[in-house]
Design a binder for this molecule. Sequence first.
Ligand SMILES: [Zn+2]
Length: 338
Amino acid sequence: MFGTIMYAPGDVRYEELPEPTILKPTDAIIKLSATCVCGSDLWPYRGANEITAPMHMGHEYCGVVVDVGSEVKTVKPGQFVVGSFVLSDNTCPHCAHGFHSSCEQREFMTGAQAQFARVPLADGTLVATDEHPADDLIPSLLAVSDALGTGWYAADAARVQAGSTVVVVGDGAVGLMGVLAAKQMGAGRIIAMSRHKSRQDLALEYGATDIVAERGEDGIAKIKQMTNRVGADSVLECVGTQQSMNQALQVARPGSMIGYVGVPHGVTFDGQNLFFTQVGMLGGPAPVRRFLPHLMDLVLTRKINPGKVFDLQIPLADVAEGYKAMDERRAIKTLLRV
Ligand SMILES: [Zn+2]
């Protein structure tokens, strides 16, 4: 089969690889229906994360089960499944509390930008649909695996309530999914911070009520002015830089919550500043498995269309171009057809 290996920053190759096999009795093997490039794949691509060995890329996936290990009980060959980018057992205390992304057996999915992939901890990670979904639903089901699951977690962690005022920092795929999530949770006002016309348009389509194009101090001042100098009830931080985190902290009203899901790179906090800002923060890798059944149901009943976030759809063989397009911000998110 063919799959994707990153050898060095900027060096992504589609090449022939051994087909994955069952290594543990809790594994499943899936044939990918579609996969995609994640914003987090750009960190090593841009040299922000070190690459010490060739990396099997891809952690967002949906597809059809072709084989399962002897202990797998909840999914079987022939079923269509969606899984989280974090592998979990769904039985440990952290999973029981809904924090599957801190599972005692946690592993991170790899190797999904390929024709076939091995999914460890299949019972605790995968959710099957009753029947094979229509082709046009595949992009949206794929989005659930990470981008939507993560945007949803940001909104959940920021405790978005009916009628509340929400600020979304970041207009990448996850930020746009955060807008969708806030809308579904009934937010009254959703302010999306974005400087790019195509992303602003999609944010508005997903439910943003206001767009703030300014960044830094100007962006903070604008939001303060829009909220009568109070600030937002919930802030979704979907970038992970010092600037985006500062922006989130300064537009959050005292007593509010920040849901932060951009993997922090070089972000530091001043203890006293944090103390007097008086906001709550909950973030980390999204426990997508907690939300999978609900989000898959919203997609299958066509209540939401997160798949629209894929504004570039190309064959898996062209994966290198998929990375390049996202790196150069020509694409929000690349779907790879398998
Ligand atoms: Zn667990």
